[in-house]
Design a protein. Structure first.
Length: 346
């Protein structure tokens, strides 16, 4: 009876590790002629990677939000394993092209991810499989035939008229009024969500925000305009932080009804506020070098992206001009058609 149970337990262990199990394989392991290879599980190695990233963040080698992003990917992988494989973990040797492509489809569908967000999650998973391949835990790279390229995002910014609608719109819900104010603060300072969330009164000297960016550690020097100064006074409190900031997702979710109420078709996010500040400064004639210093950009090329956005704005606005010139255009077409019908004097 004991031998029967030992064989049964051995079978289940093999089933969790290997796709093909033979009687010979079970016999050889049972008799000591062969052995079970060391088992490497996906989530064990992913947790090890998370630990490494958190250690780097604690030592300021990377930003803490970058380390935290791996926790988000971990949840996506766990949900995928539960949904598609009905398990909490999986042997690395069972991760093949089908697993990788299945995870990609899951992220874009049930995972509710955009293309670029999907790519970021996939790249984090790929770090685990690449390390496993280099350490010979697996004999093939499951990402070999997978291309992980991001799509160039359509950069959205608000016009002055759209910004004015947000400023003048009042909401019965006090929470929406507060979120609107937070969006406006970032629209007139250029702060990213991460920098806005940790902004303290001690970061402001002589009405100037002087701080280092959370993401890059680059310094920012932001003289405060009248609107953010008024908002600081409006929300002045006894804590060290200027605003009681909820999560980025909560803010972005609450910005949706705000945009709808203001008749703005663009999707409002806190990052749109940062981009809006950059383009607003450009349209008002501020030198690109000064804007880069305010945004905490170390490379002017990053800031110049916002200048190219204005070129697209011109293309969009010329369409409106075309509609206004519709009458003159139709007269020209009619006149040109009539002149062609006239007989030549030659």
């Amino acid at each position: 009876m004991s031998i029967h149970l030992d064989l049964e337990n051995l079978y289940y262990k093999l089933a969790a590790r290997e796709d093909i199990i033979t009687v010979t394989r079970i016999r050889d392991i049972f008799l000591g002629k062969d052995g079970l290879e060391e088992e490497y599980l996906l989530m064990d190695l992913f947790d090890k990677l998370i630990g490494q990233k958190q250690s780097l963040a604690k030592n300021n080698a990377i930003a803490m939000p970058s380390a935290d992003s791996y926790l988000c990917t971990r949840k996506k992988i766990v949900d995928f394993l539960k949904s598609s494989y009905h398990t909490k973990d999986i042997n690395l040797k069972k991760i093949n092209h089908d697993f990788v492509s299945g995870f990609e489809v899951y992220l874009l569908s049930e995972g509710n991810c955009s293309h670029n967000t999907m790519v970021r999650h996939m790249r984090r998973l790929k770090q685990v499989t690449t390390n496993a391949y280099r350490n010979r835990y697996i004999d093939r790279d499951p990402f070999t035939e997978t291309v992980l390229s991001v799509k160039k995002p359509q950069t959205k910014v608000l016009t002055e008229k759209e910004l004015q609608r947000i400023i003048t719109q009042e909401f019965e819900n006090p929470v929406l009024n507060k979120v609107r104010d937070m969006f406006l603060f970032c629209s007139f300072t250029g702060l990213s969500y991460a920098d806005f969330k940790r902004l303290k009164y001690s970061d402001i000297t002589d009405d100037i925000i002087i701080t280092d960016r959370t993401k890059t550690k680059n310094p920012c020097f932001i003289p405060l305009l009248p609107i953010p100064l008024a908002l600081i006074e409006k929300y002045r409190n006894k804590t060290e932080y200027i605003f009681p900031v909820p999560t980025n997702k909560q803010l972005n979710d609450r910005l949706k009804p705000i945009g709808k109420a203001c008749g703005i078709r663009k999707t409002l996010t806190m990052h749109v506020a940062r981009r809006t500040f950059a383009t607003l400064m450009i349209t008002k004639g501020m030198p690109i070098e000064s804007i880069a210093k305010m945004l905490g950009h170390s490379d002017l090329k990053t800031t110049q992206i916002y200048a190219r956005i204005l070129d697209q704005k011109i293309l969009d606005e010329i369409d409106l001009v075309k509609d206004k010139l519709k009458g003159l255009t139709e007269d020209y077409i009619k006149s040109n058609a009539t002149s062609k019908d006239k007989p030549s004097k030659e």
